[in-house]
Design a protein around this ligand. Sequence first.
Ligand SMILES: Cc1ncc(COP(=O)(O)O)c(C=O)c1O
Length: 407
Amino acid sequence: MAWMTRWPGSFPLFVDFAAGARFTDVDGLEYVDFCLGDTGAMTGHALPQVAAALAQQAARGITTMLPTADAAEVGAELAKRFRLPIWQMAMTATDANRFVLRFARHLTGRQKVLVFDWCYHGTVDEALVTMAPDGRAVPRHGSIAPMVDPALTTVVVPFNDIAALETALATGEIACVLAEPALTNIGIVLPDPGFHAALRDLTRRYDTLLVIDETHTICVGPGGATQSWQLDPDFVVIGKTIGGGMPAAAYGCSAAIAVRLDRLLDDAEIDSSGVGGTLTGNALALAAVRATLLSTLRAEDFAYMIPMATSWTEGVQASIDEFGLPWSVQQLGARAEYWFCPPPRDGAAAAAAADAQLDAFMHLWALNRGVLLTPFHNMALMSPFHSTADVELHTHVFRAAVEALLS
Ligand SMILES: Cc1ncc(COP(=O)(O)O)c(C=O)c1O
């Protein structure tokens, strides 16, 4: 991705190896990793169970286009966690979102997708949009040559704006709402109380399907916000961390949707559905997902990670209070993030509050002292391997950065 090539700046770190919550660069310097590959390695790096499963499966065949026994176990585990019975694999969360949008359009016979302003769901054309001042969906700044004008495919409304959501749904032209339970890609923007209940009620009232993208919000618990906040979506998408770092993603749907899709997919006339790919659901990916889900991201892991994120949050808050800063810090399960303003309520407010120079300063200051933050905004994610000492290191480094800024 373009920003990944720019991120390291003029003095890029090259990683020698990564294990647990740390990585070591080729100069032998060790870092505490609060970025964790932007959730791809939320399980911690180099999980032994995943390494063993990969080695074992690699020696037993990587791809045959036929399921292995792991498929049944992975499907059952995902069903238990996200409370949806039927699952399909994808290689990435981007792909999973694309496939679900196709299904939603087919099932409803409607063309448009609704997303929230400043969302991110991967490199999915329909969702790479922001809201123009006149309310239209326009290509997100930097999105290269969108296939069609996104105003033709997408309706965008502010997060937490129930009135705008209802106005858009009432047109009857929206196939599905694609939403993160809380925005995490323009910083953490939490849903207002009652927002999700209204979202579900309104989507049902206007026959619009609800797709919940849990790729980042798995940080809330073993079944993401869907389980923890008792959401009731038609589809769930989950990517990144479920493969323990291996490219793998999945999407699930309700029994009612599955029946409707079965009829479609059983049609002997259908060969190229526009969904899936040759290597999708390959044996190696399934082995990685099985090993990941059975050995980590379990309730007991979150019982460790979430208090760790609370300590990180309290450490940042202590400096904000000590120095009387107008900044804030926000926690979402095992993820936390600080802002240079009060917590925003929607994506546009979050985008307006961004300060690229200050971000860069805070990231570089931390990196030079052995702490890696997520490269955009000021986000930290906990794995089961982070220790209190790691969190205290960040608390100390953050305080010193603030002190230096004010001196
Ligand atoms: C919520 C959400 N969905 C989907 C994606 C896409 O994931 P991937 O880049 O692995 O396809 C991302 C990536 O950041 C994401 O944050």
